[in-house]
Every structure is written in C-alpha cells, then in structure tokens.
Design a protein around this ligand. Structure first.
Ligand code: COA
Length: 168
C-alpha cells in the first residue's frame, strides 16, 4: 500500500503554476452556473501563474496543502476587511482541487489557517461564502462557524448574496 504524505505549508513562488491550476478547476467546479460565465472566465483568467507568483512574493499569507508532493489546495488569509465585524482575521479564499475534495483536506487547511492568524496576533476569524455555494455553507457550519452577516456581490450585473461566518 502506498502512503501519501499530507503537508500544509507557506506557498513558494515555485507553487504558482500548481495554485493557478487548482484555482481554475476549483472555481469552475464551485461557481459554474452560479456566477455568469463571462465574469467567471475573466476572473479565472486574471489569476494565472504570474498573478500567483506575485501574490506569493508580496505577502506571506498564501498556504498550500500538498498531498504526495502535489498541490491539492490553497488558502489566502490576512486581516479582516469588513469594518462592521469585530473579528480581526479573515480567510479570503480556501479552495481544493475537485478530485481532492471531501476527504478532510479542507478541514486541515482551515484549522492551519486559523492557527496562523492567531499566531500573528489576529483574534477571531471571518470567512465569506456565496449563499448559492451550498457545499461551502455546509463546510463552514460544520467547522463551527456562526453566520452573522450578509452582503451582496455583483458579477456582470447579476447580484449574488454572500454570507459571513465568524469564529471568536
Ligand atoms: C468547501 C471545501 C473547501 C471543503 O473542503 P473539503 O476538503 O472538501 O471538506 P472536508 O472533507 O474537510 O469536509 C468537512 C465537512 O464539510 C462538509 N462538506 C464539505 N464539502 C461539502 C460539499 N460539497 N457539500 C456538502 N458538505 C460538504 C461535510 O459536512 C464534511 O463533514 P463530514 O466529514 O462530517 O462529512 C472544498 O470542498 C472546496 O474547495 N470546494 C469548492 C470550492 C469552495 O466552495 N470553496 C469555499 C469558497 S468560500
């Protein structure tokens, strides 16, 4: 039997290609049929290898989960952007490649991201998810998040509701 090592670590510039691939596949899987096609395609195309390489170089806040040496998912995190919420930290994005979903990696990545924020002195955590992304809502509820606020995000004139989950 083959044993696969699971490792969660800070992203490095050499991960840019793999993160761009995960981003593309995960966003298609999660948002096709929810976010209008044109808007989704241009959001995905904006985030190619160069974009990720830059993001990794500029900020220390991209994590990857690696399975058997292959990037299976990523998370980006930092300071909470919503002034009306008192929590100081935020996970901006947390995505796994479609073939790597549902086997506990998201939970591990989430917990590591949460610990990193706390270790950086940010207390409390916010995550936003689109209301139509029912898998994400189930995941954050299951992880003990409380849905405390709503917002709206507009994509090509289609307004979609989003929900904020918090952890204290
Ligand atoms: C949402 C996501 C991060 C969850 O990570 P994951 O590794 O698949 O989740 P886990 O295997 O750790 O599952 C943990 C719990 O979340 C719930 N869950 C996860 N994905 C779910 C889905 N698609 N539908 C329903 N529940 C789901 C389950 O209740 C599971 O609990 P269980 O183990 O008791 O069954 C991942 O599936 C993903 O990247 N999805 C697509 C992109 C996305 O929606 N990202 C979040 C944007 S805000």
């Amino acid at each position: 039997m083959k044993t696969l090592t699971i490792d969660i670590r800070k992203a490095e510039p050499r991960d840019a290609d793999a993160i761009a691939d995960v981003h593309q596949a995960a966003w298609h899987g999660a948002y096709a049929g929810i976010i209008p096609h044109k808007a989704l395609t241009s959001m995905i195309n904006r985030r190619g290898r160069e974009w990720w390489a830059n993001a990794i170089r500029r900020a220390a806040s991209v994590l990857v989960v690696e399975v058997g040496g292959k990037v299976a998912g990523y998370a980006t995190l930092g300071r909470n952007r919503a002034r009306e919420l008192p929590q100081q930290g935020e996970i901006y994005e947390l995505y796994l490649a479609p073939e790597c979903q549902g086997i506990g990696l998201g939970t591990r990545l989430f917990e590591t991201a949460r610990q990193r924020l706390a270790a950086n002195g940010l207390s409390g955590l916010v995550v936003w998810a689109l209301e139509e992304n029912s898998g994400a809502l189930d995941f954050y509820h299951g992880a003990g998040g409380r849905d405390v606020a709503e917002g709206v995000e507009v994509f090509d004139s289609k307004a979609l509701r989003k929900v904020a989950f918090v952890w204290d």
